[in-house]
Design a protein around this ligand. Structure first.
Ligand SMILES: O=C(O)c1ccc[n+]([C@@H]2O[C@H](COP(=O)([O-])O)[C@@H](O)[C@H]2O)c1
Ligand SMILES: Cc1cc2nc[nH]c2cc1C
Length: 347
């Protein structure tokens, strides 16, 4: 995968700087405009054809009591997305952004629906505190589900992909993957998720430690030496891997994508292990209230657009940041330059 060419960078920066404003006065909007221009290789970037894809799956590790909510909530929320009642549904409707929900491992049979993609890999991953989360074949299927979804969207002309997720227990899975990927302790990677108290968070950290010890024993390797494949098989989750696959394919096709909260950021961290350049195509929407998200964003050297104390997932932060990305394009495409407006003080 190629990094975006920097040939256009100087010209883009000059265009941004010549708009009728003091140098740098549009702050982070300028960085977003610059990044979108670079990804799309144009001085007139455009995000007028966005799409939100929410990947949903269940996780065997919920058997260890690591979430406040029961597993049935995953299919129930999928129905809520499809019926238009979830946060991501109403915000997507507000901004006219098409929403698609993709089942990659929900522990229920789901009826066909026009907004639902059926790419079920299994009825939930296995409990990774006891055994590997998935087989190699399942891992490949989950990644491919994301690749296929990104291709469908981009073939249809989508120029900005937003990813979200739904899966009871997936903050535990994400924390475990984060610990395996960057070596922070489970105490630091585990957080409240849907609302655990501090005893619940300690228990969650213990489950993560136990899972990683089991996996190190079973693979005969310390986690720092795991390949991306081993890591995903041992402690991955289907919707997280599908998001990673979609991110990798988005980048491969030079299409910008929006990273939502903690779980989505872990998907990017994993994708980066597969192909480091994927990071260049990622726009970070917000900093979640999940405690490890800040640590992870710092690790990724990412400066998200918003910090609203959200801890919902679903792509809710991504869709809330969308109007700002649109504004970044609008200022670059429509604002007058010092020269065209006859304003003095051009840089
Ligand atoms: O995106 C985030 O930062 C985020 C933080 C906390 C919770 N969530 C959502 O809550 C669910 C997982 O929480 P839990 O406690 O069941 O692991 C899952 O459906 C996520 O979308 C999402
Ligand atoms: C109600 C509910 C909605 C969600 N949306 C994303 N994760 C969620 C978890 C719960 C519990």
């Amino acid at each position: 995968m190629q990094a975006p060419s920097v040939v256009i960078a100087a010209e883009l920066q000059r265009k941004i700087d010549n708009k009728t404003k003091p140098l740098g006065a549009l702050g982070e909007l300028e960085s977003i405009a610059f990044q979108l221009g670079k990804i799309q290789q144009t001085l007139t970037p455009d995000v007028s054809k966005p799409k939100m894809i929410v990947f949903a799956a269940d996780h065997g590790v919920v058997a260890q009591g690591i979430s406040l909510f029961p597993q049935e909530v995953t299919p129930q929320m999928v129905m809520n997305f499809l019926m238009g009642g979830a946060a991501v549904s109403v915000f997507c409707a507000q901004h006219n952004v098409p929403l698609r929900v993709v089942d990659v491992g929900v522990n229920a049979e789901l009826d066909a629906h026009p907004l639902l993609g059926s790419r079920k890999v299994a009825f939930a991953s296995k409990d990774f505190s006891q055994q590997a989360a998935m087989t190699t074949e399942q891992l490949e299927q989950a990644l491919q589900a994301g690749v296929d979804e990104a291709n469908l969207a981009i073939d249809d002309g989508v120029n900005l992909l937003m990813f979200g997720e739904m899966g009871i227990g997936n903050t535990c899975v994400s924390s475990c993957m984060m610990t395996a990927l960057i070596g922070v302790s489970a105490i630091d990677s585990a957080g409240r998720g849907t609302g655990l108290d501090s005893a619940g968070v300690s228990h969650k950290a213990q489950v993560i430690e136990q899972a990683l010890q089991r996996a190190e024993q079973e693979t005969g390797q310390i986690m720092a030496d795991w390949s991306a494949q081993t890591l995903a098989e041992q402690v991955g989750g289907f919707e997280i891997l599908a998001m990673a696959g979609a991110m990798l394919q988005s980048a491969q096709r030079q299409t910008a994508f929006v990273v939502d909260g903690f779980i989505c950021s872990v998907a990017l961290l994993f994708a980066q292990k597969v192909a480091p350049n994927v990071r260049d195509y990622a726009i970070f929407a917000h900093q979640s209230n999940e405690k490890a998200h800040k640590v992870l964003l710092d690790h990724l050297q990412a400066e998200p657009m918003l910090s609203l104390d959200l801890r919902l997932g679903e792509g809710s932060g991504a869709i809330l940041a969308y109007p700002l990305m649109n504004s970044a394009c609008v200022f670059l495409n429509k604002m007058a330059s010092f020269e065209s407006a006859g304003v003095s003080g051009a840089p």
